[in-house]
Design a protein around this ligand. Structure first.
Ligand code: GLN
Length: 288
């Protein structure tokens, strides 16, 4: 079994960098940025703001907070029967937008595209159960973490796959996710090598490959894994005991937009402190 420690240090580092970053490292892209005064109790997270001037931040579109996501990651983001995005990330983003006096707009796309959208200044925040990783910190900023993600292994009931013999099996993952990145890494780095891993467009497609026995296991985040096992009850899927990797989820933003990062982070921490955040989580995660 392989364990990768949470990147708490890295997150703290990105925040302190952002807090003292000044305005010199803003990216080349020039979205149609606009100024939005934050709502009354908005951003207290920032330490860089001049106390004499109210904190201000820019968003891609005036009065809106664009969230890029991949709505195929239940219970964090998925589409309801009418095709509207719902889930923990969507509701948390809506609550953040409300605190900042903005209207949330959810832009649904592929997982990789959702990360690129903030990097390119096409969306303000990316929320998609995104794990904080050093290589992602190099190209985007992250808020404080808001959840622990645990990568688990789904197998067919009665199969001989264990945590210890995954290296001899074929593993399905979602392209671009940490499950794919870690599993396809070399054995020296705790992975199984690219020959043992197939990357699918979505987690759901990876799970279908397991159902059809095209792969022996799927490595994916725990909560979506539970949803997929439930949704495919007839196929007899089960989750191996134990965590394959533990990691932290956070909200991604364009690198160098310290004001927006501080505003979003301040709002997120207020939602955690006043119980709103937990209320949203409890709505989607029921003990059963
Ligand atoms: N947490 C994983 C990652 O960041 C998977 C996220 C997802 O599939 N939406 O790569």
């Amino acid at each position: 079994m392989k364990k990768i420690l949470a990147l708490t240090m890295a997150v703290a580092m990105s925040l302190s960098l952002a807090a003292c970053g000044g305005g010199n490292n803003s990216a080349n892209s020039t979205p149609a940025a606009s100024s939005n005064p934050p709502a009354a109790s908005g951003s207290q997270g920032g330490s860089s703001a001049d106390a004499s001037t109210p904190a201000s931040f820019t968003t891609v579109e005036s009065g809106k907070l664009h969230m890029s996501t991949n709505a195929e990651f239940p219970p964090y983001e998925m589409l309801d029967d009418s095709g509207a995005p719902i889930g923990i990330d969507v509701e948390v983003a809506a609550a953040i937008a409300q605190k900042l006096g903005l209207e949330l707009v959810v832009d649904d796309m592929g997982f990789d595209a959702a990360l690129l959208a903030v990097q390119n200044g096409q969306s303000d925040i990316a929320m998609a159960g995104i794990t904080v990783r050093e290589d992602r910190l190099a190209v985007m900023d992250f808020t404080d973490s808001y959840a622990t993600g645990v990568q688990v292994v789904i197998v067919k009931e009665g199969s001989d796959v264990t945590m210890d013999n995954l290296g001899e099996k074929m593993i399905g993952t979602q392209l671009g996710t940490t499950g794919y990145i870690y599993a396809s890494d070399t054995p020296e780095n705790g992975g199984y090598g690219e020959d043992h891993v197939i990357g699918y467009e979505t987690g759901a497609v990876a799970v279908q490959a397991l159902v059809k026995e095209q792969v022996d296991a799927v490595i994916i985040d725990n909560l979506p894994a539970q949803e997929y096992v439930k949704a495919n009850a007839a196929a007899g899927l089960t989750i191996l005991e134990g965590a394959w990797v533990e990691e932290n989820y956070a909200i991604g933003l364009q690198k160098g937009n310290a004001e927006l990062l501080n505003a979003v982070n301040g709002a997120l921490n207020e939602l955690k402190a006043d119980g709103t955040f937990q209320g949203i989580v409890d709505k989607y995660i029921t003990a059963d």
